[in-house]
Write a new protein. Structure first.
Length: 127
């Protein structure tokens, strides 16, 4: 059984990102793009090795100007692609964030508490 991936906005971690269709020159294509549902938030997550979380200025993530977050994104040690935020447990400055690899079948997982990266085995339980 394949698990369903839940992409959370890294700026608004209580919100699940929506998968969107983007069009390029009249063609609708599925690029694996997710958008934060918060009004006026232009945060996107692009699947792919050199993508991850980006901000878009403009009407579409393909037509607009993209800028990556100034902070380096956590990456999968195997695929080298940016991880996505899959779970968030709020607790003030000690909030727990679980990051996962978007490649199907990859079990890479990293944890951050607040702004600190925690090394933890991928099979450790998340409470």
């Amino acid at each position: 059984m394949q698990s369903v991936q839940t992409f959370l906005c890294d700026k608004h971690p209580l919100l699940k990102m929506d998968r969107i269709e983007v069009s390029e020159e009249g063609k609708k294509e599925n690029f694996g793009v997710f958008k934060c549902p918060k009004p006026l938030c232009n945060r996107f997550y692009f699947l792919g090795e050199n993508c991850g979380y980006v901000d878009s200025v403009g009407e579409s993530p393909l037509k607009g100007k993209l800028s990556t977050n100034s902070d380096p994104q956590l990456r999968c040690s195997l695929h080298k692609s940016p991880l996505y935020l899959s779970a968030f447990k709020p607790n003030g400055d000690e909030s727990l964030r679980i990051w996962r690899c978007a490649h199907g079948g990859c079990e890479e997982m990293k944890t951050t508490i607040g702004e600190t990266y925690c090394k933890r085995p991928s099979n450790a339980p998340v409470r």
